[in-house]
Each structure stands twice: as structure tokens, then as C-alpha cells.
Design a protein around this ligand. Structure first.
Ligand code: PFF
Length: 480
């Protein structure tokens, strides 16, 4: 059988795993949710959940992957008869998330180009239009959106085709440090603007957002808990096999526990840093603009760059490049979840791994979903689920992006993480993780915490998060 090649170094693995975790969720999700959900209070709750739930699921997934040396589907199949289908939930989630992630990644590439146009006063810049109109035009220009979306799919595919060591590791080992460096540049610029302090107050001071009319009323504690939980596991790429897959490519001598901890800490630090880059700029230069989601990225931030003159466009190029890097390092992990499974199967049959063929097939599948999201233009073009079904627009039916997000982030991912805990805690037993952590002289310092969490605490929190996600996406009003 052909050898299954993995990460060359632990640094390469870490950059790839942190790259998967750091994505659009960190940039437009975390800062806004933190500000709207009680600032510092949200942060404390987020950190507790990250320790009791994020770290536990991360370690569990990495251990299952490395133990079996297989992608998500193969790993569960080997470990348990009852849970052998669980990996397929991950493959489905990966396709759905890729559908909207690539469309948004395409918009980011378009905005990089747009800012180049702005620097040179070229026709492909803003052309004097307001940012809201530029974004509106992009959404309704279906051909342009599709082309940029497919460019993003193509880039993702090319990296995954290169394999783990040659494609993903190489890209992330260079891309992630660059992302960090660019983020620092944007933070320095944003935090030295006049009135930038309001952005910091929005993010950190409890109650500031309500007192200053940014939001109507503070959410209740249950809502804050479920918002923090939902954000935490999407941001850490958990519950859908991405970390099982990356873990399967890690050498046995590497310390799993330490790696899991580093990934969780880095993702949280970058989410906070993204807030320091985005919120001060928003409050200083576009205080009435949108504050979260795609509009924060493509309207508010572009307004910020427009208001700085030519130098602003250079910051715009840097900013959108860093978002493209964050998005690609996440989308390659999503595509790898799908590709790894089929490569494993081909290898078992002695046919080589056929990585290139499967990368193309998986990219075509996710590219089709991406085309749908682009044609829909966030619900602008009359083909959103609510248009087709003839119902009133709400959370899940607003647009195809929300629909895919709602099934994956809202249901499949929290369900996947919950079932993984039950599988480790009650079906195969936490000893599997203990053995995997203690290989080659490593110790498992948090064994006691892990065992109690994976059996009882984490599943209970996951049930709560699952309810919170379903409630939020479908507007059931459970946590009012
Ligand atoms: N963690 C990514 C983000 O915060 O944007 C999203 C994500 C990437 C989820 C990869 C799942 C995944 F497998």
C-alpha cells in the first residue's frame, strides 16, 4: 500500500490547524458578538467554554484521528460499530460550509482587486460609489460573483492537490505568520485613529453597547452562553472531522495535549486581535455602519479605507489579503475532510491515493454550491429559499448562505461534537485518548479533567449549545 504522507514538522501541523480555526468566524463573528453580548463578561464565558468544551473536543478529535491514521469517516468506522456513520456528517458539513465560505472568499479577492483599482484610480476601483452601492452591485452582478467564487475554489483545490506536506503545510507555514504580521499593521493603524477607544469600549466594557444605543437591549445570560458556545466551536473548526483529519497526519511522537491547547489559545488570541483591528476602525470612521457579518467586512471596512484616502486603499489591500489568507487556510481544511476520506479508500484498494482526481471532484461539488450562493447574492436576486418556497424570509431561509450555515453550523456541527463526546466517553472509553496522549514518553496532565468532561460536562454543554444554535437559526424563542 502506498505510504500515507503527513505533516513534516509539528510547527507545520500547528500552522495548518490554527489556520483552519482562524477564519471568517474570527473576523466578523467574534468581535461583534463579544460587543453585543456583554463585552468582558462574554470573554470570560467564552474562555470557560473553550476550556471545558473546546479543548476537550479538540483533543478528542485529534486523538481519534491520530490513533486510527484515517480521515473522519474511516476513523469512526474503525473505532465503533454504533458510530461508524458519524464521519459522514462531517463530510456533509464540509460541503455546505465550503459552499458559502468560497463565495465569501471570492468577495474578499474582489475587494483586494478593488482596492488596487482605487490606488491607481482605475475603472475597477470604487469609481466614486458609496461602499453600500459597490457591495450591492457585486451581489447583483452574478457573473462577477461566480467568477471570483470559482477563483477561490480553484486556489483551495490547487493547495489540497499538493498534499499535506507539499500543499497545506507549506501554504500555512508561510501564510499564517504573514496573516499575523498584517493583522498587527492593521491594529496599529486602527487603534491610533481618533475615537478608536469607543471600539475598545464596545468590545470590552459590559453594558457600553446598550448605554450608547449600539444595541437595544442586553441579551440574557442564557443567550450569551449559547452565543459564546456557538461561536466557540465554529471558530475552532470542531464537530465535523477537520481536526480528526489533521490529527491523522500527525507524527506519533508529537504531544497532542500541548498541541490542542496551543490551537485553542491561538484561535482566541487572533479573534481578539481581529476585534482590535476592526472595531476601533468602525467606531472611529463609520460609527453608523453595519457591525457584524458580511456587511461589516464589505461595507463598513471599505468605508473605513475610503475615508483614509490613498493610504487607506493600501491598508485595504493588506486587510483583504489577510482575510483571504484566513479564509483559504480554513477552506483547505474543509476540502481535505472530503478528499482525505476518498484517498484513504483508494489507498486501501492499492490504487495509490488519487489525491489529484479526488481534489478535483470534491472541488467541483463544492464549487456548484458556491455558484448557487453567488447567484443568490445574499438573497438579492430572487432565488433565495424563501423566494422559492413562497414563505416569509427568516433566519434560515433569508438566503442560501444562511440556509447552508444553519444546517452545518446550526445543527450538524454541534450534533457531531456531542456524538463524538458520547462515542469517546461511553462507547469506546476515554482510555483511547489517554493512551494516544501518552505515546513516546509524553504525559497527559489534564487526564482527570478530560475524563469527567468528555463523559458528562462537555456533552451537557453541547446539548445546550445545540439547542441555542437551533433556537437562534430557527427563531424558536427558547432562550427569551
Ligand atoms: N473555523 C473557521 C472560522 O472560524 O471561520 C470555520 C471552519 C473552518 C469551520 C473549517 C469548520 C472547519 F472545518
Amino acid at each position: 500500500m502506498e505510504e500515507r504522507k503527513g505533516f513534516g514538522t509539528n510547527f507545520g501541523f500547528l500552522m495548518a490547524a490554527v489556520g483552519s480555526a482562524v477564519g471568517l468566524g474570527n473576523i466578523w463573528g467574534f468581535p461583534n458578538k463579544m460587543g453585543a453580548s456583554g463585552g468582558f463578561t462574554f470573554l470570560v464565558i467564552y474562555l470557560v467554554l473553550a476550556a471545558l468544551c473546546g479543548f476537550i473536543v479538540m483533543l478528542g478529535e485529534l486523538a481519534l484521528g491520530r490513533k486510527t491514521g484515517k480521515g473522519a469517516v474511516g476513523a469512526y468506522k474503525v473505532l465503533s460499530k454504533k458510530f461508524k456513520w458519524l464521519g459522514w456528517l462531517g463530510i456533509l458539513s464540509a460541503f455546505l460550509i465550503l459552499g458559502f465560505y468560497c463565495a465569501l472568499g471570492g468577495y474578499c479577492i474582489k475587494y483586494m482587486v478593488l482596492n488596487v483599482g482605487n490606488v491607481f484610480g482605475a475603472g475597477f476601483g470604487n469609481n466614486g460609489l458609496a461602499s453600500g452601492d459597490v457591495f450591492g452591485n457585486l451581489l447583483t452582478n452574478q457573473l462577477e460573483s461566480v467568477i471570483y467564487g470559482l477563483i477561490f475554489v480553484l486556489l483551495t483545490m490547487i493547495i489540497v492537490m499538493g498534499g499535506i506536506g507539499g500543499g497545506i503545510e507549506k501554504f500555512c507555514s508561510i501564510g499564517m505568520p504573514c496573516l499575523f504580521f498584517m493583522l498587527v499593521i492593521i491594529i496599529i493603524r486602527a487603534c491610533t485613529l481618533p475615537d478608536a477607544v469607543n471600539g475598545l469600549k464596545y468590545m470590552f466594557v459590559p453594558g457600553w453597547a446598550v448605554e450608547n444605543g449600539v444595541i437595544d437591549k442586553a441579551p440574557n445570560l442564557l443567550t450569551v452562553l449559547s452565543t459564546a458556545g456557538g461561536q466557540m466551536f465554529f471558530s475552532l473548526s470542531l464537530g465535523m472531522g477537520a481536526m480528526v483529519t489533521y490529527g491523522s497526519y500527525l507524527e506519533k511522537k508529537q504531544n497532542l495535549e500541548k498541541n490542542a491547547l496551543i490551537i485553542v489559545i491561538c484561535d482566541t488570541i487572533i479573534a481578539l486581535m481581529a476585534g482590535l483591528a476592526v472595531m476601533p476602525a468602525r467606531f472611529a470612521l463609520d460609527p453608523n455602519g453595519p457591525i457584524g457579518g458580511p456587511k461589516l467586512l464589505f461595507i463598513t471596512m471599505q468605508n473605513v479605507f475610503n475615508s483614509m484616502g490613498t493610504v487607506g486603499y493600501i491598508f485595504g489591500i493588506i486587510f483583504y489579503l489577510l482575510v483571504v489568507l484566513a479564509a483559504i487556510s480554513s477552506s483547505i481544511s474543509l476540502l481535505e475532510v472530503i478528499v482525505a476520506h476518498f484517498c484513504d479508500k483508494a489507498r486501501e484498494k492499492g490504487k495509490g491515493d488519487k489525491r489529484k482526481v479526488y481534489s478535483i471532484i470534491a472541488a467541483v461539488g463544492s464549487g456548484l454550491l458556491c455558484v448557487l450562493v453567488c447567484l443568490d447574492g445574499l438573497g438579492s436576486n430572487g432565488i433565495a429559499p424563501f423566494d422559492i418556497l413562497g414563505i416569509e424570509a427568516n433566519g434560515w431561509s433569508d438566503c442560501w448562505l444562511d440556509f447552508f450555515d444553519c444546517i452545518s453550523e446550526g445543527v450538524l456541527m454541534p450534533l457531531g461534537a456531542l456524538l463524538m463526546c458520547i462515542c469517546i466517553g461511553w462507547e469506546i472509553g476515554p482510555k483511547v485518548v489517554d493512551e494516544e496522549c501518552c505515546l513516546e514518553g509524553n504525559s497527559f496532565k489534564s487526564k482527570g479533567l478530560f475524563n469527567i468532561c468528555v463523559k458528562v460536562i462537555t456533552p451537557l454543554i453541547m446539548v445546550f449549545i445545540l439547542l441555542g444554535q437551533v433556537d437562534g437559526f430557527f427563531g424558536l424563542g427558547l432562550f427569551q
